[in-house]
Design a binder for this molecule. Structure first.
Ligand SMILES: [Zn+2]
Ligand SMILES: [Zn+2]
Length: 372
């Protein structure tokens, strides 16, 4: 018969895999920490469907390092039931909830500036007082956010409510905000949408590349996390794993969006992340004079890597596209035609994008003479 403690342990073990499976994990890169953050979420204090404590619980389950609560300043859909007159209240409730948990989660104060075009929507995060952002002129709101020390980014620039053709463009007013350093980033990914044009705008205007959930409903029901899905997030390469480190990473534009298991960012940031994520395991020839080189590829992240063989050598056990499973490994067999100590191999990473239509390429030297 099981004693109560043993039974509790058994139940804990049984419950653990589900909670672990949905965590988003990437290794650190040399000299910088990889922080997983979602800088765009709503609660019942604007037009969301959940209380702020649920946002905190979801973020913990998803393995986030930081979560911003960014309720709309100008849209209080639940006003009859949740007046929301104090625009700081949703973040305060989330901050209290995050302080009580076992695992660390940074809650960042934010607000969504919610205007018609030409200003459209934008998120100010790392603000001090959302109530002070209730101003008539949109331009004044951006200036006040800046005065409070905010990091501000344009949200969903390809949103079909404000862009019927789903092509992201910057209005003259938005360009002026960028020129005046009142906007430092742009969402390339929002909820279920990705925009090539927004990525190009980020590259052209030197803006941080962001991916966010823009959650209004329940995370599980929106992104099917219990069955292998994930919310869009931003991976921030930060000098330290803290609020100020996160802010420094954002200010430096060291960001990579993760959307439907695809990395989207500047080559400068995507390459070190991929080099940290993809490892080479055992490399060997089988006995008997066979000249097929076995190379074990190791994935240190929770995102499967989709690689296209760009080496001079064809594969013996595949046609050209290789999946390295999340937190797993795969053995790729190259036909090197003779037994050599080392060979150059290279892969295009098909689920990483560094500019519209461009995949990064990883080239390396591998061989039985190079085993550590
Ligand atoms: Zn919005
Ligand atoms: Zn929003």
């Amino acid at each position: 018969m099981l004693r109560p403690l043993a039974l509790a342990l058994l139940l804990a073990c049984a419950a653990a895999p589900e909670a672990q499976d949905r965590q988003i994990l990437f290794p650190d890169v040399p000299g910088l920490h990889t922080m997983v953050v979602d800088l765009h979420t709503h609660t019942v204090f604007s037009d969301g469907d959940v209380w702020p404590t649920i946002r905190v619980q979801e973020a913990r389950r998803d393995g986030l390092d930081a979560l911003a609560i960014t309720d709309h300043l100008e849209l209080l859909k639940r006003a009859p039931d949740v007046p929301g007159l104090d625009r700081n209240r949703s973040a305060e409730i989330a901050l209290e909830a995050s302080a009580n948990g076992v695992s660390p989660l940074l809650v960042i104060r934010g607000a969504e500036i919610t205007r018609e075009q030409p200003y459209g929507h934008a998120n100010a995060v790392f603000i001090e007082d959302a109530n002070a952002l209730l101003l008539d002129s949109a331009r004044d709101v951006f200036a006040e956010a800046r005065r409070q020390g905010a990091f501000t980014f344009i949200t969903h620039p390809a949103w079909t409510t404000q862009r019927k053709d789903a092509i992201a463009r910057l209005t003259d007013e938005q360009r002026q905000l960028v020129a005046d350093s009142l906007v430092q980033g742009i969402e390339v990914v929002n909820d279920q949408t990705y925009s090539d044009e927004a990525l190009q705008l980020a590259l052209d205007f030197g803006l941080a590349i962001l991916g966010t959930s823009d959650l209004h409903g329940v995370a599980d029901w929106t992104f099917h996390e219990a069955s292998g899905g994930h919310r869009p997030v931003t991976l921030v390469l930060a000098p330290e794993r803290s609020a100020s480190g996160l802010r420094a990473g954002l200010d430096a534009g060291r960001t990579v969006a993760l959307f439907k298991q695809t990395l989207i960012g500047r080559e400068r940031d995507v390459l070190p992340l991929l080099w940290a994520t993809l490892g080479i395991g055992r490399t060997f020839y089988n006995n008997g004079g066979i000249s097929v080189l076995n190379v074990e590829l190791v994935n240190r992240s929770t995102t499967p890597l989709l690689l296209e063989n760009r080496s001079a050598y064809a594969l013996h056990n595949g046609i050209g596209v290789i999946t390295v499973p999340a937190e797993g490994s795969v053995v790729v067999r190259f036909k090197t035609l003779e037994r050599v100590l080392s060979v150059p191999i290279s892969f295009a990473v098909l689920n990483a994008v560094t500019a519209p239509g461009e995949h990064p390429v990883l080239s390396m030297e591998v061989g039985p003479g190079m085993n550590r």
